[in-house]
Design a binder for this molecule. Structure first.
Ligand code: HEM
Length: 427
């Protein structure tokens, strides 16, 4: 059970003891390092001696679980992982609120928490566990596991720093049905993994590690289809059956769309990005009542191939001026594709990295399922907000979806081995 932040100050003995127990205060971190080093030996030698040394260390620590040669952590780098990499099948997103005592402890208290979380994430993504969940995750392959941190407005203010402009509150939209319990958060942690037990264990480890300095505000699970046998790198389908992510930017367009340049805003955000999360429920029973051509008209793309209705294949450029036999635009004026395409939004674009969710049934028997929309961009004020304003006003998709949760995070850059995420702001 989580203790309230009021009960135990973040720098107080109980918290220190906890972090030390988890091997995450300065001395303890060496434990993680040691395990990692021996694991490195295992991977390199692949021999019985190295294996038994590793086993001995692991059982002495009674914490670590790993597999030889099965970790290739991307945690450290100029950008955080979990953004441009191919999204694996499982998501856990945890939004935490800082406890009152942590807020009161300002920058040092927040830094202590964030360093502990970042170091733990660095260890776990390398296959080295220094938390009890290591026993759950033992034998699982840590390759493909990513942990991405984002900071909410209150955390930045509590650290005594000015809020970057792009973190201005997202305005209310007329179609919003936001639940405060699924909205906001001081610290957002995106965990992506090819295995659900791994994603779940990492999320649990980080939540337990954060207590009592921060408590979960909301948590979101998500999934993507397994690799398509015909096209392993193909665009995933969402729960409406659409190929979702077709026109995500790539190459230099992607770089420009998401990474904050050093000339704009605070220096601690250079090489970072901003993340908008929206929990969007789908009214699937209503959607399925539509005939396939009507469903295709809502988006402006074919359901089978994802090709624009104006013709071609999935990645063909849509023609918004093409007219049908009836003299009307083939891609309707209120089609989702027309309203969101860069050509109709002064070139604005974002990287969408959403996950489907399915939480069973609601009290009325309808699906508690939809899309956990995540979009990375340089400035939501000029990308997400105006596009969502257009969607809320006229999108043909609106009758079939409900926005129920919303959050906005500043996602700082990554850093070299030995650094921790957020060091530029909190260090
Ligand atoms: C449940 C809600 C949503 C569903 C099911 C959905 C579905 C789709 C589909 C099927 C496409 C076309 C294929 C593709 O390029 O990915 C698309 C494109 C797009 N959507 Fe959504 N979408 C949703 C919500 C949103 C929201 C809230 C925004 C932003 C405010 C948004 C922004 C975009 C953008 C920017 C594109 C790409 C346009 C282009 O470059 O062609 N979508 N969406």
């Amino acid at each position: 059970m989580l203790m309230s932040g009021d009960e135990t100050p973040p720098n107080g003995p109980a918290r220190r003891q906890f972090l030390r127990g988890a091997g995450l205060l300065t001395g303890g971190l060496a434990v993680g390092g040691t395990v990692g080093a021996i694991v490195g030996d295992r991977g390199a030698n692949n021999g019985a001696a190295a294996d038994s040394r590793a086993q001995a260390t692991v059982s002495t620590a009674q914490q670590a679980a790993t597999q030889p040669g099965q970790s290739s952590s991307t945690f450290h780098g100029s950008h955080q992982a979990g953004i441009t990499d191919h999204p694996p099948a499982h998501l856990r997103f945890v939004a935490l609120d800082l406890a009152p005592a942590t807020l009161a402890g300002k920058k040092p208290a927040i830094a202590e928490l964030q360093k502990a979380l970042s170091d733990a994430a660095s260890s776990m993504t390398s296959g080295n566990w220094i938390t009890p969940q290591g026993l759950v995750a033992q034998g699982l392959d840590a390759r493909g596991l990513t942990v991405t941190f984002g900071f909410g407005p209150r955390l930045i203010r509590a650290a005594g720093e000015q809020l970057p402009g792009p973190l201005a509150p997202i305005p209310a939209f007329p179609t919003d049905e936001l639940d405060p319990a699924r909205t906001g958060g001081d610290l957002g942690i995106q965990i992506c993994a090819p295995d659900e037990l791994l994603a779940s264990s990492v999320a649990q480890a980080l939540v337990e590690l954060a207590a009592p300095a921060a408590q979960p505000r909301w948590m979101q699970s998500g999934f993507l289809p397994g690799a398509n046998a015909q096209d392993p790198n193909g665009t995933p389908r969402n729960l409406m059956g659409q190929l979702d992510g077709t026109d995500n930017p790539v190459g230099s367009r992607l770089e420009l769309a998401i990474w904050v340049s050093g000339n704009v805003g605070p220096s601690w955000m250079a090489g970072g990005t901003y993340l908008v999360c929206r929990r969007i429920r789908m009214l699937l029973a209503d959607w399925h009542k539509l005939a396939v051509p009507a469903r295709e008209a809502v988006i402006g793309r074919r359901l089978d191939s994802g090709a624009p209705l104006s013709g071609g294949t999935e990645h063909s450029t849509p023609s918004f001026s093409a007219l049908g036999a009836d003299g009307r635009p083939i891609i309707a004026r209120n089609a989702h594709l027309r309203l969101t395409h860069p050509a109709t939004n002064a070139g604005s674009t974002m990287l969408r990295r959403g996950y489907s969710y399915d939480e069973g049934l609601r009290a009325d028997g309808t699906a508690q399922a939809g899309l956990f929309f995540q979009a990375f961009q340089t400035d939501p004020r000029s990308v997400f907000v105006p596009i969502q304003q257009r969607l809320a006003a006229t999108d043909a998709l609106s009758p079939f979806i409900r926005h129920e949760g919303s959050a906005l995070f500043a996602v700082p850059p990554g850093g070299p081995q030995g650094s921790w995420v957020g060091q530029g702001l909190l260090g």
